[in-house]
Design a protein around this ligand. Structure first.
Ligand code: AKG
Length: 264
């Protein structure tokens, strides 16, 4: 696998598919843990269906993945994922969110959008966010693969969207165990799962430049037990250091409150 060629494709085309990042056994394990995370969410009263994103109840949305299982804390900092995030955003990024969308047979497309457009006002001139999509099933048009408009990472304002934008979308095709890396400016939507019985489980690791406010405030949404387990590197990528949007000069330090663990 020529990863450098894939990175060039990401920069040029706005997206790329990298197969074989997880083995079949790893993929099965993550999928099983995802369903357990969905059950745990429901048990805690965090809804997973009909939360205002999807047209019907056939999509299962799982939030707080980093809180639910250590496997998701591993995936969000997987070296291959970080390599691609860094290629597009530089090393100056934070983890913005990590969620899942399981499209079951009968699910329908959500609204067309770009993820950068959700967190940053137009014009969108540079890549300031990126999605690493973990494919836990083979994905294609039939089972509701994510659909995207090729070249739409060059769209600078919503007014540049073609009138028939939804008709211009094409489905990603990728085997289970792949990641799909997608520039945050790419316009996309979930596909309709028109299969008889094929599930489509995808994880969405969302990363953005450090000056963009993250979708989750991890300080508030991770439990003390989970926070205590994070490596200094993962704390930094989650934006949990006392230092936030400031460049430190010689002698300047932002100190954590007494009793809070110092981070790097
Ligand atoms: O599930 C998908 O294919 C796309 C999901 C998505 O774009 C979103 O939740 O914002």
């Amino acid at each position: 696998m020529d990863l450098e060629a894939k990175k060039r494709q990401l920069l040029e085309d706005g997206c790329c598919v990298v197969p074989g990042v997880l083995t079949p056994a790893e993929t099965d394990d993550v999928r099983a843990r995802l369903w357990r995370a969905a059950e745990e969410s429901e048990r805690q009263g965090v809804p997973t269906r009909q939360i205002g994103l999807d047209p019907n109840e056939h999509n299962v949305r799982v939030f707080y993945l980093l809180e639910r299982d250590a496997i998701f804390r591993e995936l969000i900092q997987h070296p291959t994922a970080i390599d691609f995030v860094t290629a597009l955003l530089s090393g100056d990024f934070l983890i913005s969110n990590f969620t899942a969308n399981i499209a079951l047979p009968g699910s329908q497309s959500m609204k067309l959008h770009s993820d950068q457009g959700i967190v940053v006002p137009e014009p969108w001139l540079q890549p300031w966010s990126v999605n690493v999509i973990w494919c836990l099933d083979d994905i294609d048009a039939e089972n509701g693969a994510t659909r995207y408009i090729p070249g739409s990472h060059r769209i600078r304002t919503a007014s540049e969207l073609p009138e028939n934008a939804a008709e211009k979308t094409v489905p990603f095709e990728a085997p289970a165990g792949s990641i799909v890396v997608m520039d945050g400016r790419v316009w996309h939507t979930s596909g309709a799962n028109v299969s008889q019985s094929r599930e489509r489980a995808l994880l969405f690791g969302y990363y953005s430049r450090s000056f963009v406010r993250q979708q989750q405030n991890w300080n508030a949404s991770l439990s003390p037990e989970t926070l205590a387990e994070l490596s200094p590197q993962l704390q930094a990528w989650l934006g949990l250091e006392a230092r936030a949007n400031v460049k430190l000069g010689a002698g300047l330090r932002i100190h954590p409150a007494p009793g809070r663990r110092p981070t790097t």
